[in-house]
Ligand binder design. Structure first.
Ligand code: MEV
Length: 328
């Protein structure tokens, strides 16, 4: 039996624009997905998912076959989750040259699903690492990141960037620009606070919406480029340990993302509650449309204010996790 875990993340800067080759800076947080893998005697997969902000489900099937899973949660969510797990298993089979390997898998996660905290990337990264190790293949975090990216890219119809998967595999704060990914060393301690509205956006639809705007209006394309400028300024602020400039630039980034239509009433309400509570900055994180915001505040004021904000289901402090994928 093999167990691996991998962290979720928040975007300090750059979601959406990263899809068009602008840089982005995601940052791993201490919320993890854990995947337990045990080899089977046949080629089937049995996947049990717990805590994915669903009621949990169990499904057993032959990979690639069309047996309709009889499960207790809405099928699109199960299909999405299974797409990621299935893709991860295919990657492990490929690494080990074991196309018929079957597994019993348990997926546990304390990262809200589809809420902008990189839940799917964390599950894919942990699943590839655990399944590969179960087949006696040790991969480097970079190799896991690359294979996890291939899975996300396929499940998200070719629209995924490397940001989520690279950040989850490597941990810490990372810089992603196209295919160039690197860890950012010496990141200051960032007092991150997350607000969660209990919902989730549809990443594919949101990315397609930005693409359509960008195709229609030159100023939407300029907005995407302006996000890239904010990211570059943000990197300088991080290098100078200037946390208050980081906050200011997060505010700017949120404004540009709103202009691109990916914020929502609840995300805006949480962003404004955080700012009014004295946060140094606040923005949505991830694809948007619902899910999470991230704010910077050393004091408890933002967490408290968010917990009283209508539309905010939970608020929590999120420490930077400097460790990426790991064996448990
Ligand atoms: C989703 O977490 C972030 C997006 O930039 C898409 C991606 O980078 O794959 C919206």
């Amino acid at each position: 039996m093999t167990v691996s875990s991998a962290p979720g993340k928040v975007y300090l800067f750059g979601e959406h624009a990263v899809v068009y080759g602008e840089p982005a800076v995601p940052c791993a947080i201490e919320r993890r997905a854990r995947v337990t893998v045990e080899s089977r005697d046949d080629d089937r997969l049995r996947v049990e998912a717990r805590d994915l902000t669903l009621d949990g489900f169990t499904v057993e099937y032959s990979s690639g076959a069309s047996d309709a899973p009889d499960v207790n949660v809405p099928t699109p969510l199960v299909e999405a989750a299974m797409g990621y797990v299935d893709g991860a298993v295919e990657q492990a089979r490929d690494v080990a040259d074991a196309p018929d390997a079957g597994f019993d898998m348990v997926v546990e996660s304390d990262i809200p699903l589809g809420a902008g905290l990189g839940s799917s990337a964390a599950v894919v990264v942990a699943a590839i690492d655990a399944a590969a190790r179960e087949l006696d293949c040790d991969l480097t975090p970079e190799e896991v990141a690359d294979r996890a990216y291939r899975v996300e890219h396929e499940v998200q119809d070719g629209q995924a960037s490397r940001a989520d998967t690279f950040c989850s595999a490597m941990g810490g704060a990372v810089r992603v620009e196209g295919d160039d990914c690197a860890r950012i060393e010496d990141v200051p301690n960032l007092p991150l606070v997350v607000g969660y509205d209990g919902g989730a956006g549809d990443t594919g639809e949101l990315v397609a919406g930005v693409r359509a705007l960008r195709d229609e209006y030159a100023f939407a394309a300029d907005t995407v480029e302006a996000i890239g400028d904010v990211v570059r300024e943000g990197e300088d602020a991080l290098a100078e340990d200037d946390v208050s400039a980081v906050g200011k630039l997060m505010n700017f980034d949120h404004g540009l993302l709103s202009a691109l239509g990916v914020s929502s009433r609840s995300l805006d309400a949480m962003v404004w509650a955080a700012r009014e509570a004295g946060a140094l900055g606040a923005k949505l994180t991830g694809a948007g449309g619902g899910g999470c915001i991230v704010a910077l505040d050393e004091t408890p004021a933002t967490e408290t204010a968010l917990s009283y904000t209508p539309g905010c289901e939970s608020a929590f402090r999120a420490e930077l996790d400097r460790e990426g994928v790991r064996a448990e």
